[in-house]
Design a protein around this ligand. Structure first.
Ligand code: NCD
Length: 361
């Protein structure tokens, strides 16, 4: 059985198999209308969502399957104090596959350890969002035709923006991609992403604080929303919320075939005048999300029956219950689960939490 908790749970080959299946589904939708007949997807959403939850729902419906679940944890036993692990165990008696979004970082990993059916991470706090990455990859494939030799500018909230972390991880496995990180100092990419992803895989990256100066270089501009819900201090949010606003004047120097991506929802970081620009690919990206989730559900249900398909949820050299995570939003801090740490690669004396990748206290 395979779960999708982090983009690297899929090998490059498996990732491309999913993207290719999505392309085949787009080319012949009726051929897939019954492949999940009799199967149930449970969508367990502990955090707000429009696109992700509804695209999972419509994906399963288009495959002929059924959907159960909740979109507000207040209506579930969570409000009575049920843990993520118990909820996952219970739901696995009713469903064949689970898509879970949670504000606690690492919650889908805990679910995967106990559920006995495939778990899909539909976003855990500010950590990771691997199905948005599949959406982004399908869009990049359709718009640019390749996953390598790309210069990608990530703009906005690179600290709390989970879609950015997951997409950089996925693109780091391809040759010759260059990443330009456009963010105010307070919203820079987390250090584990720089050390353990960019440095490890030799991804060239540069940090800048102005989008105009790098615009002519970009093949892809990936805009993000400043993640209001992750700020502990409202004044900090107010100071940073209007850091970057993309309008048509800023696109004058961009390449003719650059594409603009955004996981959405947008607030004000892209003005609506940009929507008419053919380079604005963010609404095309939304539709790709449904097709790629159809492909993902098909593949994970197929792989659930294949004993050779597994993922290592916890590293071999894991250190159990010896460190505490410094991240207040980590499931190991918020719920009664074992603390799991590993030695960080390339950072002497640093231990990182297996659930959320933050440092030990
Ligand atoms: C993103 C998310 O939830 O992380 N949205 C999405 O899933 N498409 C981005 C965001 O909320 O800003």
């Amino acid at each position: 059985m395979k779960h999708l908790i982090d983009p690297t749970d899929l090998s490059v080959q498996e990732t491309e198999e999913i993207v290719d299946l999505a392309l085949r589904i787009i080319a012949d939708r009726p051929a897939y209308s019954e492949v999940c007949k009799g199967k149930k997807l449970a969508t367990l959403f502990y955090e707000p969502s429009t696109r992700t939850r509804l695209s999972f729902t419509s994906a399963m419906m288009e495959l002929g399957g059924n959907v159960i679940g909740f979109s507000d944890a207040k209506n579930s036993s969570v409000s009575k104090g049920e843990t993520v692990a118990d909820t996952a165990r219970v739901i696995s008696c009713f469903a064949d596959i689970i898509a879970m979004r949670h504000f606690e970082e690492g919650a889908p990993l805990v679910a995967a350890q106990v559920a006995g059916i495939p778990i899909i991470n539909a976003g855990d706090g500010s950590h990771s969002h691997p199905t948005q990455t599949l959406t982004d990859l399908l869009t990049i494939k359709r718009e640019k035709g390749r996953f390598d030799n790309l210069t990608i500018g990530f703009c906005g909230d690179l600290r709390f923006g989970r879609t950015v972390h997951s997409l950089i991880k996925a693109l780091s496995r391809y040759q010759n991609n260059k990443v330009i990180l456009i963010a105010p100092d307070e919203l820079r990419l987390p250090s584990y992403m720089k050390h353990e992803v960019c440095d490890k895989y030799g991804v060239e990256y540069r940090e800048v604080s102005n989008m105009e100066e790098v615009m002519p270089e970009l093949d892809i501009l990936y805009m993000t929303r400043v993640q209001k819900e992750r700020f502990l201090d409202e004044d900090d949010f107010d100071r940073l919320k209007d850091s970057f606003i993309l309008d048509p004047s800023k696109l004058v120097s961009a390449k003719e075939d650059m594409i603009i991506l955004h996981p959405l929802p947008r607030v004000n970081e892209i003005t609506k005048e940009v929507d008419a620009d053919p380079r604005a690919a963010y609404f095309r990206q939304v539709e790709n999300g449904k097709f790629v989730r159809m492909a993902l559900i098909c593949k994970l249900l197929e792989w659930a029956k294949d004993d050779s398909k597994t993922n290592q949820l916890v590293p071999d050299d894991v250190i159990v219950n010896q460190h505490r995570c410094a991240n207040k939003r980590c499931i190991s801090v918020m719920e009664n689960v074992d603390s799991l740490f590993r030695k960080a690669e390339g950072e002497d004396g640093v231990y990182r939490c297996v659930y959320c990748e933050s440092k030990a206290k």
